[in-house]
Ligand binder design. Structure first.
Ligand code: ARG
Length: 585
């Protein structure tokens, strides 16, 4: 279905043309003064210079022409030259019914297929997920779902950190602790030697320990550097231990993403790009980009006009090992080879902004992708405590993601303790409410900004919260159920009988455009705004009207249809936010 602002732009452009003006002036946007009108066009203001006429005169000509269209209730020229547009109720109703019967619920689909790779999650092997991994996972999942809702072919890739310095440190420390493990023997034979089971608690504790140790113990540091080189050369034993550690890690990380309803099409890691490292070096050399600097091989990526200094990208360290940027560049070759994407988007916290600037510049200079391929990095802010500092556990440590999820679920369960309405699995309901509260509390913010983690607020039934939204959906479900309708029923809206309905209807119509904005800006907050506006308009409408006992059957049916469409629209928005709804609460 064509989006409403395009429909109105077409109509307005043709009115400009009929009046003898340039049709390109007819761009229509949602009004920023909703008390005056629903949509507006500012084209007469720019037309004034071209046609040497007062803007009010152009606006009046066009408004008069547009007024003849029965889809408008009112079109007026407003000083200094705005064209204010209000739709007729019949047109609003026809839009609602078109949305309701549209396969994509009114979300305009891309004109031609396009592929996006979204790189999000970014967990690391041998390290438990912590709260720093939350935002990439949930915002990335939402951007992925939103892009899909717009018709993109989207490939989500977790891009495990599994091939760099940390694994040298980790494996070197395993060797200190378990020197007798067969994987450390020179004559290790993967066919007959067995590596003992990896204890997850030990694994989680080893990397921070080894990392701290390497800062004080030079000898250990040297050994661990050699171990990364061995790993990257897939030395038997070292490589086999790494595989075992990776299996344990992946299983543990997957189970946490599952709780967050976050899923990936590919569970690739840095190590999967290894096959493309030689090609990377060759191509950088072909272009004459790679040069030596202090023993390392680097590519210069500084540009004239840089406001901050952008250092060269290190491709190979002096010991020949590859590092973070090498993996990202090799992965770009891999993605180009496998998927030929139009866009590659990355989601990490904003401390990695510089890294991605370097990587994107290097990839473009080396022409690893066509010139038209779009790279985008969303660097988001941090989740903080009430003091504005990064969120910590009570004793000042970093909280694991599984602890955070448990804490939110417990708080939601406590809140539901006395609810009589829950039929079915109370734990599952508490889980869903908790996740809705957490995700909405996070994503309703502008992603690049920090936000305060305030669980009480997130779980409140009032205000702009995930809890309020789930509650609104259950309310709609209960009305439909009492009327004998299915949740996904799509009866026809018959008319508009009050101002409240009109506002709700417009909120639904406008919401179909928020997907495009959320996707273009990598900002699910646009979906949160739409969902909240619809829910508040529904609450007013519900409060003002007795839907079930309304004696006029035409009204009652139309109201039920509007309620059903509200429910479907909200569920679609919530689904794109990765939020699951509940039966009752
Ligand atoms: N594993 C990385 C980290 O913990 C994040 C990976 C982000 N994605 C990427 N392609 N570099 O910082």
């Amino acid at each position: 279905m064509e989006k409403i602002t395009s429909v109105l732009t077409r109509k307005t452009a043709s009115a400009f043309e009929k009046c003898g003006y340039d049709p390109s002036l007819g761009e229509v946007a949602v009004s920023n003064r909703p008390e005056l009108c629903q949509f507006q066009c500012n084209g007469a203001l720019s037309g004034a210079k071209i046609f040497r006429k007062p803007p009010m005169q152009i606006a009046a000509d066009v408004a008069a022409e547009l007024s003849r269209d029965p889809d408008f209730k009112e079109v007026s020229a407003c000083p200094p030259g705005f064209i204010n547009i209000t739709l007729s109720d019949e047109f609003i109703v026809s839009l609602l019914n078109e949305i309701s019967s549209d396969e994509f619920l009114g979300v305009q689909q891309l004109p031609s297929p396009k592929t996006i790779v979204i790189d999000y999650g970014g967990p690391n092997v041998a390290k438990p997920l912590h709260i720093g991994h939350l935002r990439s996972a949930i915002i990335g999942e939402s951007v992925k779902r939103t892009a899909r809702a717009l018709g993109y072919n989207v490939i989500g890739d977790v891009h495990f950190g599994d091939w760099g310095t940390p694994y040298g440190l980790t494996i070197a420390e395993y060797k200190v602790r378990h020197p007798d493990w067969p994987c450390f023997k020179d004559d290790f034979d993967p066919a007959s030697d067995v590596i003992p089971e990896i204890d997850e608690a030990e694994m989680n504790e080893i990397y921070p320990y080894a990392s701290a140790k390497s800062k004080e113990d030079g000898e250990f540091k040297t050994v661990s550097r050699q171990t990364v080189v061995d790993l990257q050369n897939r030395k038997p034993g070292v490589y086999d231990l790494w595989k075992k550690i990776k299996d344990v890690s992946v299983a543990s990380v997957r189970s946490i993403y599952e709780k967050l309803s976050v899923d990936f099409d590919y569970w690739y890691g840095e190590s999967d790009s290894d096959g493309y490292t030689d090609e990377l070096i060759e191509r950088l050399n072909e272009k004459g980009l790679l040069h030596e600097s202090e023993g390392a091989m680097v590519v210069d990526v500084a540009e004239d006009g840089d406001k901050i200094s952008v250092p060269p990208v290190i491709i190979k360290k002096s010991d020949g090992s590859s590092i973070y940027a090498t993996f990202d560049l090799a992965t770009i070759i891999q993605r180009e080879h496998d998927f030929h994407p139009d866009k590659i988007w990355y989601l990490t916290d904003k401390r990695q902004n510089l890294h991605f600037t370097q990587v994107f510049r290097c990839a473009k200079k080396a022409e690893l992708v066509p010139e038209t391929t779009e790279f985008k990095h969303l660097g988001f802010g941090a989740m903080t405590g009430p003091d504005g500092k990064p969120f910590k556990t009570r004793d000042g440590g970093v909280m694991t993601l599984s602890k955070l999820i448990e804490m939110v679920e417990n708080a939601a369960r406590e809140k539901l303790k006395d609810s009589e309405y829950i039929s079915g699995d109370k734990d599952e309901t508490a889980h869903r409410i908790g996740m809705a509260a957490l995700k909405f509390g996070d994503m309703q913010n502008q992603p690049t900004k920090d936000y305060v983690f305030d669980l009480d607020k997130f779980l409140s039934f009032d205000g702009k919260t995930g809890t309020y939204l789930l509650y609104t959906v259950t309310r709609i479900n209960s009305v439909l159920k009492k009327a004998g309708l299915e949740y996904d029923a799509s009866p026809k809206v018959g008319g508009i009988f009050s101002d409240g309905e009109r506002s709700l209807a417009l909120a639904i119509i406008m919401s179909t455009q928020s997907y495009e904005k959320a996707c273009a800006d990598l900002a699910p907050s646009a979906l949160c705004d739409s969902a909240y506006t619809i829910a508040s308009e529904f609450s007013k409408f519900y409060h003002d009207n007795r839907i079930l006992t309304e004696p006029d059957p035409a009204k009652r049916e139309s109201w039920l249809a509007l309620s059903a469409l509200t429910g479907r629209t909200l569920r679609k928005l919530l689904d794109c936010l990765g939020i699951e709804t509940v039966e009752n609460m």
